[in-house]
Design a protein around this ligand. Structure first.
Ligand code: NDP
Length: 310
């Protein structure tokens, strides 16, 4: 693997470059995310990861607007991802239009199907509709393949430059690729040393799909910061565990989107380092001895092989 830096980019199958380190925005409160986005762009980030369901695209857009106004970046300098929510699988253009309006943009660089789980917009909760028995109101008469075909059409509108998926296992990718014409540009999945998902990485590499790692620190509370194997690599390079976890992804060819609303952490997370083969092997071996842990496991009723947590 060649050496990596904050400005490393990877090429998508559209030929566009995706910056390897981006800012995550999930659970970034409306009062804090405008400043987080602005600060990230000011210190060098060129990639922001958003989603309709995060409910904060308007404030993300305000951060972008401030950076544009101050001449910190131009629209074409940055890479914006947002995501189709589950209750909009039959209406992706409507959902993208709403995201664009909130973000204050004419297009996004990448539009992802957030989960391959269509849900009915039944009115009792527009984001997480439930049936009377409390289970998710899944739209079982619609498939992710049908959704993807609508996303393919969105490419023609110019409102997104590329389309991709998120939370896709190899099984879902195989099913999708056997029935569609556009290969996803990216697959955004949970990834860290407790969940390396090497099978998905290998499959995506073979198909030219860039992988993006979400929750690289283990999400809220950063549980991976306590991992001894991460500490060893951090001590060797005299960096923080966070730097190791974020660098780990880029060094294995994976885009990474750590979330923070704290200016000092936003800066720290952007400064990645090159790791050697010994480091990568040590980090890859952690899940073999400690086992696999998945932190993001919503109960959507789809069998991804993770426990139902509801
Ligand atoms: P992360 O692994 O990025 O961890 C975020 C947490 O770590 C926050 O509590 C943050 O606190 C803290 N933190 C960040 N940097 C540091 C640091 N240097 N030192 C100490 N604490 C730190 O979790 P996420 O789950 O947010 O994942 C990242 C992004 O991935 C999301 O924001 C979202 O954009 C995307 N995502 C996508 C999903 C999907 O289904 N496609 C699912 C989940 C996430 P603070 O903000 O207070 O600084």
């Amino acid at each position: 693997m060649p050496s990596v830096s904050s400005t490393t980019t990877f090429q998508l199958n559209t030929k566009a470059q995706i910056p390897a380190v981006g800012l995550g925005t999930w659970q970034s409160g409306p009062g804090e995310v405008k400043n987080a986005v602005y600060h990230a762009l000011k210190v060098g980030y060129r990639h922001i990861d958003c989603a309709y369901v995060y409910g904060n695209e308007t404030e993300v857009g305000q951060g972008l607007e401030q950076a544009f106004k101050e001449g910190i970046v131009k629209r074409e300098d940055i890479f914006i991802t947002t995501k189709l929510w589950c209750t909009f699988h039959r209406r992706p253009e409507e959902n993208l239009n709403e995201s664009l309006k909130r973000l204050g943009l004419d297009y996004v660089d990448l539009y992802l199907m957030h989960w391959p789980c269509p849900m009915n917009a039944n009115g009792n909760d527009p984001m997480f509709p439930k049936l009377p028995d409390g289970s998710r109101d899944l739209d079982k008469s619609w498939s992710h393949i049908q959704t993807w075909k609508l996303l393919e059409k969105l490419l023609e509108t110019g409102k997104t430059k590329a389309i991709g998926v998120s939370n896709y296992s190899v099984k879902f990718l195989e099913e999708l690729l056997s029935q569609v014409s556009v290969v996803p540009a990216a697959n955004q999945i949970e990834n860290h040393p407790y969940l390396p998902q090497q099978d998905v990485l290998d499959y995506c590499a073979a198909k030219g799909i860039v992988v993006t790692a979400y929750s690289p620190l283990g999400s809220t509370g950063c549980p991976l910061f306590e991992e001894e194997g991460v500490h060893k690599v951090a001590a060797k390079h005299n960096v923080s565990p966070g730097t190791v976890l974020i660098s780990y992804q880029v060094n294995r060819g994976v885009v990474v989107i750590p979330k923070s609303v704290t200016p000092s952490r936003i800066e720290q997370n952007y400064n990645i380092i090159s790791l050697d083969d010994e480091d990568l092997a040590a980090l890859a071996s952690i899940s073999k001895t400690k086992g696999v842990t998945r932190y993001i496991k919503p109960s959507f009723g789809v069998n991804f092989g993770w426990p139902d947590v509801q």
